[in-house]
Design a protein around this ligand. Structure first.
Ligand SMILES: [Zn+2]
Length: 299
């Protein structure tokens, strides 16, 4: 599968003398690649895309080091099952969903994201920084719409009042036409009037996908949120990327141990053994000869 290099981006800014931090994202190509790789049906495409953009926005807001990884897991006990997306400090994201090919009846002509995600489970965020034990926070799902759930997580678990607006527009043929949104975080020094004013302005904005479809850049989205001006910080490119390699899968098979590898060799006979990466759907094939070699390394 070869796709054009993504030009998707995140813009960063501060406003109101540093009282507010904001991030806006355009990730249409990135979410389209997630859809193509996993063959998701429309409402699941939106759920996976929102989770992936949420991970990218939170990574941009909180990760500094290249080796850090931020993972959002959503499990609402709905038909799509568990959704997992990981983003790193370089703007690279990957994701998976347990059951990509499920539907939920549309509501008022809109994709029923909560209908595929479910509403009775949890959302968790974990950060892996270097070799340290990962930090993990969890909240109960509020709506199953992902954006609201992330805002709830940030307020509850990280004590940062935040507005999250993320959306994916899916065409009738199932392809992704627009994906984008924003994260606005209010820092402790901001006054209450500002909070009320920002909430009013954000509530009055068109849906994020309307802004993206109207051709607004991430900076222009920030301009709509802060018409009185903001201070831009360095932005970042974003793209789909899975770090899996044939070597990693070979090591993973070796780590299964001799009895399990032996079972695989006997089961496949002269056939190739195929392993598929859940994050990118790439298949890696190992011949019988290669499997016997792996068996020796596992012994
Ligand atoms: Zn992969």
């Amino acid at each position: 599968m070869t796709l054009p290099e993504s030009t998707n981006r995140i813009a960063r800014a501060t406003a109101y003398e540093g009282g507010v931090r904001a991030y806006a994202i355009e990730a249409t190509r990135t979410v389209a690649e997630l859809q193509e790789r996993h063959g998701t049906f429309p409402a699941v495409t939106a759920a996976l895309g929102r989770t992936a953009m949420g991970a990218l926005l939170l990574a941009a807001a909180t990760l500094k080091r290249d080796e850090s990884l931020l993972t959002i897991e959503v499990n609402g006990r709905g038909p799509a099952g568990r959704i997992l997306c990981s983003a790193n400090g370089r703007g690279e994201v990957r994701g998976m969903v347990a059951r990509p090919a499920v539907h939920a009846e549309s509501v008022n002509g809109k994709l029923n994201v909560a209908g595929v995600v479910g509403t009775s489970g949890y959302l968790s965020v974990s950060r892996q920084i270097g070799e340290r034990e990962p930090y993990r926070g969890m909240v109960e799902l509020q709506s199953g719409e992902i954006g609201e759930d992330l805002a709830h997580y940030l307020a509850r678990s990280e004590q940062t009042p935040s507005a999250v607006g993320i959306g994916v527009f899916v065409e009738r043929d199932g392809s992704v036409a627009a994906a984008g949104g924003f994260l606005v975080q209010i820092l402790p020094q901001a006054d209450d009037d500002l909070v009320v004013e920002l909430e009013r302005r954000i509530a009055g904005l068109p849906h994020p996908t309307e802004l993206i479809r109207a051709g607004l850049s991430p900076e222009e989205i920030l301009g709509r949120i802060f018409p009185d001006g903001f201070r831009p910080l360095e932005g970042q490119g974003v793209r789909f990327h899975c770090p899996c390699t044939r070597d990693r899968f070979e090591r993973a098979i070796i780590s299964l141990g001799e009895p399990e590898v032996n079972r695989l060799v006997e089961e496949e006979g002269d056939d190739e053994t195929e392993v598929v990466c859940h994050f990118c759907n790439e298949a890696y094939r190992f011949s019988r000869g290669e499997m016997l070699d792996i068996l020796r390394k596992a012994s």
